[in-house]
Structures are given as C-alpha cells and as structure tokens.
Write a protein that binds this ligand. Sequence first.
Ligand code: SER
Length: 585
Amino acid sequence: MKAIEIRNKYLKFFENHGHKIIPSSPLIPENDPSVLFNTAGMQPLVPYLLGQKHPEGTRLTDYQKCLRTNDIDEVGDNRHLTYFEMLGNWSLGDYFKEESIKMSYEFLTKELGIPSEKISVTCFAGDEDCPRDELTAKCWEEAGIPKDRIYFYGKDDNWWIAGEEGPCGPDTEMFYDTGKPKCSENCQPSCDCGKYVEIWNNVFMEYYKKDGKYTKLEQKNVDTGLGLERMTMLLQGKETPFDTELFSPVMDKLKELSKNDDIASRRIVAEHMRSSMMIVADGGRPSNIDRGYILRRLIRRMTRHLNKLQIDLNELSNLLDLNIDNLKEMYPELDSHRQEIKDVIIAEKDKFMKTLNNGEREFNKVINRLKNQGLNKIDGKIIFNLYETYGFPPEVTKDLALENGFEVDLTEVDKLFKEHQEKSRMGSEQKFKGGLAEQNEKTISYHTATHLLNAALKKVIGENSHQRGSNITTERMRFDFNCDHKLTDEEKKKVEDLVNEWIEQDLPVTVQTMKKEDAIKSGAECMFIEKYPDEVTVYTIGDVSKELCGGPHVKHTGELGHFKIQKEEASSQGVRRIKAILEDK
Ligand code: SER
C-alpha cells in the first residue's frame, strides 16, 4: 500500500465513524509562540482540547505536517526523519477509551490488514498523579489482544505531553512486531532492539499540567497520532522509510549521480531536501534565529552531503524538481510553490558555498600560522572558532586538517559543542515555556492587534502586503509581512496612528462562521488558504479588517491599550518584521 492510500484510507475510515476531515495546518504554527514548528497533530487543536468549540464539531480527523529537529543529527541512520506526516483523530469531549480503542483495532486489522498477532499494546501503570489504566487494558482484551501482549509502563513511556505545560494524560501505544527474534528473554515493546516498532499512540487527555501540577480538564479528549512514513515502511515490508516510494526516486537518482556509495549522505540529502521544501512552501525562510535557523541548518547539511557525495551542485535544481514531482500528489502546495522553493533553497546553497570558501581561506591562514610556529596539531578551540565565526563545519575542518598532515584533537571540540548545544536547548525549552496555548487577556489583545496592524499595513504600504507570520507573548507581538523596502519613519508613524485611531474608535470585533469560498469572496484576508476547513470562522473588526482566523479575540478594540511600534527590521528576503507592544492607557 502506498503512503497516500494509507492516508486516504485513514481519513475515510474516521469519516465513516462520524469524524469531520479537517485540513493540515501549515508546518509553521500561527499565533503560537511556544513552538517553532508543528510537532504533532494536536498542536493546532490545543484551544479546542481546552474547551473552545471547534466549528466542525467534536470528532475530527486529519493528516498534519510535522517537523521535529531534536534528532537532526541522527538522520542518516535507518529510521530518523525530521519532517513526517502524522495521521490523527480526535474526540473533543466526545468518545473516550472504549470507542477509541475499538476503532484503532478495527483500522489496523481490517483496513490495513495487520494480523492481530503482530500487535502488542502498552498502557499506563499508574502513579500518584493518575491511577493505573485498567480500563484501557480491558478494552484491548475485549478488542482481541490477549493479556500477554498487553504491557504496563510508567510516565516515561505511557504519558503524553508536549513540553512542560499543556493538556496531557495517559496514553496507550500500539506496537508492530517485525518478526525479528527477541534480543533477550525480556525483550518487549519498550525495548529498542528493533523487534517492536511503535505505530500509533492514543492519548487520553484528561489533565492539564502547569508548574509540575496536574489538574483535571473540563472535557475528556482523545488525541491520536500515527506516523505515516513508518506505517508505510512496515506495510511494504521495507527496512527503512527511504526504501518506500516517498524517497526512493530521489535516493535512486542520488545513487546514480554520486561518485561514492555513502548511503547515510544520500539519506541526509533526500530527507533534508524534503523538509526544507515543506518549510519553504509554508512560508519559512532561512535566517539566523529560530525556525529560520533550522531551515538554514537543513539546507547547509544537505549541501555538505551533496558535496560529500561529489555531486555537482548544479544538479540541485533537477533534484528539487524530481522531489517535488514525486511528492506533489500528496502535497499540492509543493507544486504551486515550486519556483519559490527552488529559488530559496538554491540561493541558500550558494550563500553556504561562499561561507565554506571563506572558511577555507581562514583555515589556510590558521594552518600556515601553525606551520610557521612548527606545530602540527590543530586543537578543539580552533575548530570550534572556525565554526562559530565562519560557520565552517567541524567535520570539514577535520578532513582538511588531516589532508594537510595535521593531527586533530577532537576531545575539546565535543565538549565545546556540548556546551553550545546545551545553550541552544535551553533556549528552545525557554521558548516552550513561553506557554503552549497560553491564552490570557494579554495574548488575546495582542492577537487582535495583529489584525489591526495587518489592516493598517495594507493601507499604508499597499494591498499587496500580507501577513507572513506572527509570534505573540504576554510581553509583545511580532508580525512579519511582505514588503520590499525598509519602512520610513513616516510610514511607521502612519501605521501606528491608524492602529491607535481604530483602538480609540472602540470598534466591535465580531465573529461569523461561513463557507470558506464565501469568506474568500467576501474579501476576507487569510494567510494560508489550504489550512482552513470548508467551514471557517471570520473575525471582523468594524469596517477595517476581516480575516479568517480561529480566534480568540477581544470584543472591542478599546480594550487594547496604546499600540506602539518598537522596531522594524528585515526578517528575510522580501519580508519585514515589526515588533510592537500594547501599553496600558
Ligand atoms: N500527541 C500524540 C503524539 O504526538 C498523539 O497524537 O504522539
């Protein structure tokens, strides 16, 4: 079965069980400052898991584009991916454990035809926060899984939460037995020898965790996630996702073009190329911070491994076309953004090649200096400095050093990099703490302010200015928009004055549910048309703004306070960024 068939079967199955199919949100979350990319299907649904009414009802299903970069350095082995697709179904205060498990079992065994004997499941063993999940185990038994394939584990394995704060609960995970021999007497699903592969995770979301404490949610939800690439690989009896049709045309082409047989490099190129294309299609651009930096890293790493494979970098254009053609049936947005994707990725590759060349010049200077001093050893600090200052990758430094007859001392490099990684990890955790689903008066006000700012920019710099992203915390808002020039002081003042004028007028903010096509016809602004379901909510502010948006918003603009632009700067090519605050009046 091909990936797209699995996806379609899944959506159809849950549609037949009363679920509404909703479209994937873009990879880049809107109005959620807590994450750089969507990392799970539940992320765009957080407000609804917390009780807000979803316009499509209480049973939803979708495929969600996801990106997880914590394992980026593992890509190249036989299983890690950064981009992946998660199939999911949700009950928003509707069905719970019984029905969820029944449907999962039926889907796996009847629709996908997985023999029941190949399925093992795990349940939450219970602790002081939440009791042992006997009901889940009972449901599995009733469905047809015998006791000896039902395992109980603690929070490390059978509890799900995104980050430190948010909706969460015990989960039940389904594992596929690959038929490989047990690695030991005690081999079981929690073991990562490769015999058991996790295929689906149903989270029974009953709790909210904040500051280490759990409180009960008002509604009991089910949130499930099934990784499409992995399921495709298993059903096709393949050893890795790279052997499935999702990657094989690109993998084959890379093999044909490369001058060596470095399979890890081929996987890295194919994988990072796919992720980069998906990010660019959803509006991401390379930069030195946050998600822009992740995109930059993906493209750089891809370029380096193209080099390692000794593939002419001019082939990149054709490789991108091939990759887009291969995936466009699943992701039509790749085809509609083809030129943009190619332009951005190729430009970033060229920029990186310059970095590499500059780094190499610098490297040569260092080598000559050391030679003059009669030294033949290059130490960790030098390698790390070349990386920090010139972006020159340590493995390239190492290769060149060895070629020049130098010894390389890598012990310190590892230490310096660990420190560096720790710093960036702390940075992103900090970001997470920014508050998943943190919706309080302040962030809601900022959210409404982004609509006003969007409208004001259209008046001041032109109708072609569109929102390209936003990021809100309780302290400030950030807003990205298309614009080909730095705003003049006069333009900034005009924008600020307009927004404040609208706030003074205390305009009503109203919401309406309507068909997506009617909303578009009525001239409502929207950032990603593919993102929205057929029924959408449209927020209107007086007669100045109309946008497709999930909310929430204030009721009257008078609640906002005084709007003040703090900074206007470049965000990426053709995109400017405004940082602004709302001051108490
Ligand atoms: N949120 C859960 C996961 O990511 C289930 O969708 O696995």
